[in-house]
Design a protein around this ligand. Sequence first.
Ligand code: HEC
Length: 445
Amino acid sequence: MTRFFAAVLLSALLACAGAGTISGGRAPQQSGSGRPTFYRDVLPILQTHCQACHRDGGIAPIPFETYERVARKAGAIADAVTSGKMPPWFADRNIGKFANDPSLSDQEISTLADWSDADAPAGDPHDAPPPRAWAGGWNIPEPEDVVKMPGPVSIPAQGEIEYTYEIIPTGFKADKWVQMSQVRPSSPQYVHHAVVYIRPPDSKWLRGAPVGVPFTASTLKSKKDKHDANWTDSDVLLVYAPGSSPDSWPATMAKFIPAGSDLVFQIHYTTNGRAGSDQSSIGLIFAKSPPPQRVLTLQLTNDSFAIPPGADDYRVEVHGSLPNDATLLSFFPHMHLRGKRFEYNIAHKDGGVETLLRVNYHFHWQMSYRLADPRPLKAGTVLQAVAWFDNSTKNEHNPDPNRTVRWGDQTTDEMMVGFFDVAVPANIDKTQFFIRPNAMHDHTH
Ligand code: HEC
C-alpha cells in the first residue's frame, strides 16, 4: 500500500546551535609549533562539534568545557573520534551532502589523537577561543516564547506506556512565523520521541479531547477522536528524538502558526525501571517579517508490512508523487528496534533510481538530515522511501526474533515512516499543496 500524505517531521539545522558544524571556533594551528595543546587546538574542535551535547546540562554524560574535565577523557575522546562513534552521524558518506553533518575532518581527528598521545597538554589559556554562549539549556538562542506542558506527566517504573497527548493553547493573537524551535523534555531519559503538531482554530482534530492536561487515545470518549489521535493531517512544528537537533530555517522560510492555534504534544515515553516525571516544553524564535516560503512536513509511510521471524534484511518500500512543485529540504527516517537501513530516492522516468540519503539506522539515534543544497523538484516527481529491517538474532536490539512484526505504536512493533520537509510558497497550506493541478481542473469543469 502506498501513502503519501501530510503530517510530521522535524528536521533540524544547526546553523547557530545544535550538533552541527558551526564556525566560530578557531582553526587548529598545529603547524609550526608541533604538538597540539588543549586551549589552542582542542577546545575549538570541542566547541564546534561536541558541546551541543557535551556541556553542563547537555544530553551527553560528560561536559567538554574545562581542561580538567576533558584531559581526564583524552584517551576516550581519541578512541571515540578515530572509530567514528562520535560525533554521532549515520548517513552513508558517499551519498549526498548535509548541512548538519557534524563529522570531523581527518585533520581534526588527528589533532585529537595526537593531543591524547602527547598526554593532553594544556598549553596557554590565552590561546583559548571565547567560550561558546549557550542560552541556558537551549541549543537555539534565548527563545522569544516558551510553550510548556502545564504540569508534569508521571511515568511509571515499568511497562509499556501508550502515547501521551497534551493540547496547549498558544494564546497567539496574531499569525506567527517560526524561524527556530527546540523541544526540551525536562527528563529526556524517558522520551523516545515527541512530535509537536500545530492545530489551527478551524481544525476539527481532537475537539472532544481535554485541553491542558495529559491524556491517551484510549481514554477518549468518541470513536472518531480515538482514531484521529493517530492520524492527522495537521502540520508538524517539530519532531524530537534522541540526538535530533533544533529547527533553524534560512531567512526566506519558516513554519507557520495561525493566530489562535493550539500546539498538540504527542510524546512516547518509555520506562527504565525507575519511576519519574517529565514536563516538556518547546522554545520558539519568530521570523522578523513574513518570509516568502513556508515549510511543510510531509511523510512517506508504509503501515501494511509483515516482517517474518528471523528475517535479517527485510525490505519495505513506499513511493508517491509530489502533487505540486516544492523544494526538498531535509529527511527524518523513523523505525523502531528492528530498523536497519533507510533510503530516500528519486525514481526517474527512465527507470533510474537516484539515492538522496542512505542511513545506517541506529535506534538510539534518530536524526534529521538536512540537504546542504536544497533540491527544487517538479510536480509529478516520484519520491521513494525504502526501509530494511533486521528481525534476526544478529540484531542486538531485537526483543523477539520469533515474532512476525507489524506496524504498531510500541517499540516492540515497527514503523516505516520517511518524514521530509519541503518549502512551498508562503500562501500554500498543506491541504492546498495536496490538490493536484489536474484534479482542480476536473472539479472546476
Ligand atoms: C548529538 C549529541 C552528541 C554529540 C554532538 C557528541 N556526542 Fe559524544 N556522546 C553523546 C552521548 C549521548 C553519549 C553517551 C551515550 C553513548 O555513549 O552513546 C556520548 C558519549 C561520548 C563518549 C563516551 C564517554 C565515555 O563513557 O567514555 C565520548 C568519549 C564522546 N561522546 C566524545 C565525543 C566527542 C569528542 C564529540 C565531538 C567530536 C562528541 N562526543 C559529540 C552525545 C554526543
